[in-house]
Write a protein that binds this ligand. Sequence first.
Ligand code: SAH
Length: 250
Amino acid sequence: MISVERPLAILSALAEEQVGLVEQLHGAQRQTHAGREFWSGTLQGLPVVLALSRIGKVAAATTTAALIAHFQAGAIVFTGVAGGVGRRVQVGDVVVGTGYVQHDMDASPLFPRYEIPLTGQSVIQADATLARALVFAAVVGLQGMQHAGRPATVHQGLIASGDRFVNGADETHAIVSGLQSRGYEALAVEMEGAAVAQVCHDYGVPFAAVRTISDRADDSAHVDFPVFVREVASVYAQRIVAELLRTLAV
Ligand code: SAH
């Protein structure tokens, strides 16, 4: 079960992905740690800490370690955007990560491609309870929401992270087919999830992520990115987080 005694951390990469949440915080307290801002308080009566990971795996790992070791986070939820690479995963859909892999991890031939050295693991699983709660929160919270005339569809599956903004059809194909050759079917690519998952796994802290699909990781991936994050993804994130907290509070 998810502890509600220790704060639930809500983590995003970019400030635009988390707009609205800090404003809703009760008893908000700002602290700076490791050059980052952390906001503690309560949302719907539950203790939370809000943070921005910044972009990329190392930045996300640093923020995650601080959330756990310094802010005593009892569980971590990531909300943000990602590129859709699963066949049916379209812009405006939502992906809940049930597993996380680093698509740029390659210590072969010393270790198998994708394996995190010395762990024997390539995919780190989300906390099953938290992932289920996020799927439920997304389905309920996004009821009636549409993007470009298409209702928001909620998917669940593998998220692939790497230190690269993927914006080319060839690059996407290389990532997806490389993972497929090892039996992994990625639904989305982004730049933080697998790093957060690895740190949470090491500390034994439950983790799951929900990502709104901002692009198809193809040649038009950069188009209207900021507008989409502001007008669609941040709204979805607020609705999903509100619903998640309602579920956890009961
Ligand atoms: N253009 C943006 C930078 C975005 S970096 C800016 O100027 O602020 C992309 C962020 O969105 C990362 O946090 C990453 O996790 C996510 N993301 C969205 N689409 C992505 C894609 N196609 N490839 C990799 N990361 C993506």
